[in-house]
Design a protein around this ligand. Structure first.
Ligand SMILES: Nc1ncnc2c1ncn2[C@@H]1O[C@H](COP(=O)(O)OP(=O)(O)O)[C@@H](O)[C@H]1O
Ligand SMILES: [Mg+2]
Length: 315
């Protein structure tokens, strides 16, 4: 697979001492759709912000973010800025409620284009194009965010992210605040945009049920690391990490007729060192040795990887 964007051994520690990302590696091919899944607090947003070069001051970052094979993390803001929004764009978690309330939607898109060197005229043309791409009526340009429904606002935020024609879109929980029908519409929109523009998409979500509707591959995160990855349909049907199995069993649309079960306990504190497998304290199948060392992410074949000390359960 030729990688459009690759993350290598990313580690992020905040000034508070919270080590939110502990060696994450990801790859995305042109037009590919990857889901990054896991409970709240496992480091999904931090991983995305690191890829955008938008971590808060004081955060310590190591690893690489390779765009077309070139490390755009190494040179700091100077190497990141030319690529942010024009190659790699992000829909921030909760962004639909963070549109500027006193500026018309069109003006916000024009401004995004002008910041990147386009003229006002370019901006107006592009605003018309992207609003059309996301399925919003022409007159949305002259509307204020409060005049739009939740679903329309999320479409406007996606339009804004597309203003500078990125090749990669990081969509952080883009459906979380929306009702189920609108959630489906946004996922469908992302799929159509990916198909028609060849846009690579990372869908960040805590909701595993959304994933097969949009994505080719999924990576499951726990306590700052990836514990399992593989083709979406495969992961949902045959999860191979105990944590992923628990996530599937806790997801109404995936659990089928089985009774839903929640995952007991809570993820570990990330401001303390972790020894052994991070999931071990919550894992019903854990052996004594699981507390001893962290399991490495291992290739299982068939595009699957897993970080777990247990022998595979073959159903
Ligand atoms: N700016 C920050 N400063 C300190 N800790 C943070 C900051 N942002 C996130 N965290 C912590 O990092 C961990 C991972 O957070 P986050 O990446 O937002 O997870 P997710 O998106 O998976 O819910 C959490 O423990 C969170 O409290
Ligand atoms: Mg988040």
């Amino acid at each position: 697979m030729s990688s459009l964007i690759g993350v290598r051994d990313l580690v992020v520690e905040f000034s508070s001492g919270v080590r939110a990302v502990r060696s994450v590696s990801l790859d995305l091919a042109p037009g590919e759709r990857l889901a990054l899944v896991g409970e709240s607090g496992c480091g999904k947003t931090t991983t995305m912000l690191a890829m955008m070069g938008l971590l808060p001051a004081g955060a310590t970052v190591s690893g690489q973010v390779l765009l077309d094979g070139k490390d755009i993390l190494a040179g700091g803001e100077a190497t990141m800025r030319p690529h942010r929004w024009s190659d790699i764009a992000m829909v921030f978690q909760g962004a639909m409620n963070a549109l500027n309330p006193v500026r018309r939607v069109g003006a916000q898109i024009v401004e995004a284009v002008r910041i990147h060197g386009g003229s006002r005229q370019d901006g107006k043309l592009r605003a018309r194009e992207v609003l059309d791409l996301v399925g919003l009526p022409k007159d949305t340009s002259s509307r204020y965010p409060h005049e739009l429904s939740g679903g329309q606002r999320q479409r406007a935020v996606i339009a804004l992210a597309l203003a500078c024609q990125p090749r990669i879109l990081l969509a952080d929980e883009p459906t979380t605040a929306l009702d189920v029908i609108v959630q489906d519409q946004i996922v469908t929109l992302l799929r159509q945009l990916s198909d028609s523009l060849g846009l690579a998409v990372v869908l960040v979500t805590h909701d595993l049920a959304l994933v097969p509707h949009l994505c080719d591959r999924a990576a499951v995160m726990y306590a700052g690391t990836i514990v399992e990855s593989g083709p979406c349909a495969d992961i949902v049907r045959r999860p191979r990490h105990p944590y992923t199995r628990r996530l599937v069993e806790a997801t109404p649309d995936l659990a089928g007729r089985r009774p839903l079960t929640s995952i007991p306990g809570a993820p570990p504190r990330l401001d303390l060192p972790l020894t052994g497998c991070a999931f071990q304290p919550r894992c019903a199948e854990a052996l004594e040795s699981c507390a001893g060392s962290a399991p490495p992410l291992t290739d299982l074949g068939g595009g699957r990887t897993r970080a777990c000390h247990l022998l595979e359960v073959t159903a």
